[in-house]
Write a protein that binds this ligand. Structure first.
Ligand code: GLV
Ligand code: MN
Ligand code: MN
Length: 426
């Protein structure tokens, strides 16, 4: 990108338009948190998700972007390059939310990419390469586990039918819900999944809220994301036997809740980390029959385990099943790994471009890793990839209280516009 044209595009980024779009999207699935904060529950492949996608498709169409959708429901809005056959630069994130989520996680990355492209076009900046705004399907993994299904399938990390039989809390299958989404978007051109006609993207850049407290605490505008720690998800199923709470002697019970307590206690020991770098979370528990006076017959609980060091991620993750088996006394045990994402490092081409753009705009930037996983993780093997973070108030995320100001969001989008302009002319 020549230094002569980028400033026009940067100046054309509209803080108000971006904020208004985020608020219009936040109305789709609006919820109120325990503290009264305005959050969002718009999970993957729901009717609300479809409505949100229609809004974004409409905004793209209004400025001349061409929409297409692939077999996983990943949505692309294409800004044509002066050399249409050149490998495109991709930028986006996800539009689905947590069940009690905020208004910015994921969706800002999609809206920011759209805003950056709109700014380029309004400033009359053409790019040699096409730029594609992308919304990846089911990044959160809260309705259908795991997360990042769309980007994993796109990247060839997993076969596209891997998750067809995964069910949500109501027993609806991912494959069926995906087919329903695609049927509702049959008016859009269907594109091949993944690297289309052998053409990998030239680069991938994802804008995202930090979801942690560092940028705010240190008064920094822009996080230059250097990489993402690794994550592994497991589903643990313990099978015992239901019994009458008043009559069955404790010594004869096969109580799935008691074995779950033993398992989690042992896992907490396995996952001890005096440095407090390791992240170990059990946050979803289903008990059946879930009745206060019936001994629990089955328990299903989730494990979310993360670490930046692949060796630790592999060694402790691989020890999970044996730890559980050694700890339970009376129940059958089944452990299924549902997500395995190794740590990644982002490319200097992208981190450098983000640093240059922040410096050119007089913004304070800091290199930092990501504790959250992101679709960008799966783009790393395909092309130079990276991310831009902006501050999150008090580091709160996956919570309706998640907040970043319109000005903070706009700063991130201005950096993104400059980065996209540079990469798309590279
Ligand atoms: C993404 O939502 C994550 O859990 O890191
Ligand atoms: Mn996210
Ligand atoms: Mn999230």
């Amino acid at each position: 990108m020549g230094t002569t044209v980028a400033p026009n595009a940067v100046a054309a980024v509209s803080e108000a338009r971006q904020w208004d779009r985020l608020m219009e999207l936040a109305a789709l699935g609006a919820i109120t948190g325990a503290d009264g904060s305005p959050g969002v529950n718009r999970q993957a492949l729901t009717p609300l998700d479809r409505l949100a996608r229609r809004l974004v498709i409409g905004w793209g169409a209004a400025i001349g972007l061409t929409a297409s959708v692939d077999a996983l429901g990943n949505l692309f809005l294409r800004h044509e390059g002066t050399q249409p056959d050149a490998a495109p630069v991709l930028s986006g994130s996800h539009m689905d939310s947590q069940p009690a989520g905020g208004r910015f996680d994921g969706i800002w990355g999609v809206v920011a990419a759209l805003e950056a492209v709109q700014a380029l076009r309004e400033a009359g900046v053409s790019t040699r390469r096409p730029i594609e705004v992308v919304a990846w399907t089911n990044e959160e993994g809260s309705r259908f586990a795991p997360g990042c299904m769309g980007s994993m399938a796109y990247a060839g990390h997993s076969a596209p039918d891997t998750w067809d039989a995964v069910t949500d809390g109501e027993g609806l299958r991912f494959g069926d819900e995906l087919r329903a989404l695609l049927a509702s978007e049959a008016d859009l051109p269907r594109r091949g999944l993944g690297v289309v006609e052998g053409q990998a993207p030239f680069a991938y850049v994802e804008a995202h809220i930090e979801q942690g407290p560092i940028l705010e605490d240190e008064g920094i505008d822009i996080g230059v994301v250097t990489g993402i720690q690794g994550s592994r998800w497991f589903l643990v199923e313990l099978t015992g036997e239901s019994a009458h709470a008043g009559t069955s002697p404790v010594s004869t019970r096969r109580d799935a809740v008691q074995d779950m307590v033993r398992a989690i206690t042992a896992l907490n020991q396995l996952m001890e980390d005096p440095a407090d770098v390791l992240r170990f979370t059990v946050a979803r528990i289903e008990v059946a029959p879930n009745s206060s006076n019936s001994v629990a017959e089955t328990v299903r609980f989730t494990i979310d385990f993360r670490h930046p060091d692949a060796a630790v991620l592999i060694a402790r993750g691989d020890a999970i099943e044996a730890t559980i088996r050694a700890a339970v006394r009376n129940c059958g045990v089944a452990v299924t790994e549902r997500f395995h994402a190794l740590p990644v490092q982002f490319a200097p081409e992208v981190t450098g471009a983000v640093e240059r753009a922040a410096a050119a705009q007089g913004l304070r930037a800091k290199r930092m890793p990501s504790g959250a996983f992101h679709d960008a993780q799966f783009m790393v093997p395909l092309c130079p990839s990276g991310m831009i973070f902006i501050p999150s108030r008090r580091g709160i995320s996956h919570n309706p209280a998640e907040y970043s100001s319109a000005a903070q969001l706009a700063r991130g989008t201005r950096v993104l516009a400059q980065v996209l302009a540079e990469l798309a002319n590279g």
